[in-house]
Design a protein around this ligand. Structure first.
Ligand SMILES: [Zn+2]
Length: 399
């Protein structure tokens, strides 16, 4: 590329970190940057300074904008207003007298919702009710046939009880009327269980499922429940020869020990330093090498096909070298952490971590654990010990 031309600098990037990367690349390749107001001289320290200031301003504006949107959504939720979008069975999306989004009950459909609720609570299956609805020519909002999941979502959804959900939580009364009595809806929820769980497949039930390894033979430990209700993790001999079958531990102290070790590590500086090290030491040179190699590859093709200054054989040899290194570096490249990183936003004090941990569901706890721990080894116990020995639990950290 000869130059980069943008309408405004914030069209190039709003992230100071990306700007710095751009400055490095532009500097290396001698590519000038210009916006409609004129050229930004990234070659001079004054020009870079100006670019960084503009970058910081753009970043602040975009953050302010997302804060404003978030506040607006929070406020709509507190007022119980509708989120808009496609209508739900039983309701039409309408505007109230003040022009705010809300929903009004469609009585013909509401009758069907109540009928489905009554039949379900009387013991009929969702499958049967869905099939009757389809036979009776009752249409869903999309026109697709009724399925178990459509009915389940409808009956367990808080909106039919006149409740407003915000960020996955019920925050109070909605501005629209309920179709089902609150008590009816709660009975349905109790029978169905949490609808989110049944839709996304069976989530792991325990913190360490699949992550525990036998300290004698290296086999994965299985969770098993005894008749008295206590849970154990055991090396399961089963049908194949591999597992030794000689380790069995009560689950709860192992889980407690592993969680404590994780939280202690998250509260200390070493783990975070190691995580940062992974990013900076490994990713940055790889990213730079990738950018440079891809540029060289283009240059090379130009030299061969356009300028005709190198032969086909020279071109192929150099191309193979570059392509091998590019594919190796692509595989090794770790993108910088994003908001999807389970560790983002965790508190750094042990007390705060402990209190947060007990509020998290198992899925989320497992995501945090798995982002820093490869596996957890359970070593054999010392003979004669009656209390659980925490030293039997060994964390194998990823960093
Ligand atoms: Zn074993």
């Amino acid at each position: 590329m000869d130059a980069v031309l943008v309408v405004d600098q914030d069209r190039l990037t709003r992230h100071p970190r990306e700007l710095e990367e751009f400055i490095i690349v532009a500097d290396r390749l001698g590519v000038p940057l210009a916006n409609v107001a004129g050229e930004v001289d990234l070659g001079s320290s004054d020009g870079r300074f100006r670019a960084r200031i503009m970058g910081a301003v753009a970043r602040q504006e975009s953050e302010k904008k997302s804060e404003r949107l978030k506040r607006q959504r929070d406020q709509q939720a507190r007022m119980g207003l509708s989120t808009g979008g496609p209508r739900r069975f039983g309701y039409a999306q309408v505007r109230d007298a003040e022009g705010q989004a809300t929903m009004s009950v469609i009585e013909d459909e509401a009758i069907r919702v109540r009928e489905a609720a009554d039949r379900f609570l009387a013991g009929e299956s969702l499958r049967q009710i869905a099939s009757d609805f389809n036979d009776g020519g009752i249409s869903t909002v999309t026109g697709a046939p009724w399925k178990v999941t459509t009915l389940r979502t409808l009956l367990a959804g808080p909106h039919v009880a006149g409740l407003r959900v915000h960020r996955g939580e019920i925050i109070g009364e909605a501005s629209w009327d309920a179709i089902l009595e609150r008590s009816t809806w709660e009975k349905i929820r109790a029978v169905l269980g949490d609808p989110r769980r049944s839709q996304s497949g069976r989530p792991a039930q325990y913190l360490l499922t699949g992550m525990l390894v036998c300290g004698r033979c290296g086999a994965t430990l299985y969770s098993s429940r005894r008749k008295d209700g206590s849970r154990r993790y055991m090396c399961n001999r089963g049908a194949n020869e591999g597992p030794c079958g000689r380790i069995a531990v009560v689950a709860e102290p192992v889980e407690r020990t592993a969680a404590t070790q994780l939280l202690v590590a998250l509260a200390g500086p070493d783990l975070w330093a190691a995580l940062e090290g992974v990013d900076h030491i490994e990713s940055e040179p790889i990213a730079r090498q990738l950018i440079a190699d891809e540029a060289s590859l283009e240059e090379l093709a130009k030299d061969h096909y356009v300028e005709r200054v190198i032969s086909r054989r020279e071109f192929l040899a150099a191309r193979d070298l570059l392509e091998a290194r590019i594919s190796k570096n692509r595989a090794a490249f770790r993108p910088p952490p994003t908001n999807a990183d389970p560790l983002t936003g965790l508190p750094r004090s042990y007390e705060a971590l402990v209190s947060l941990w007990s509020d998290l569901d198992i899925e989320r706890q497992r995501m945090i654990l798995k982002s820093v721990v490869e596996e957890v080894v359970v070593h054999p116990g010392k003979p004669g010990r009656r209390l659980f020995d925490p030293d039997r639990v060994e964390m194998r950290w990823l960093v």
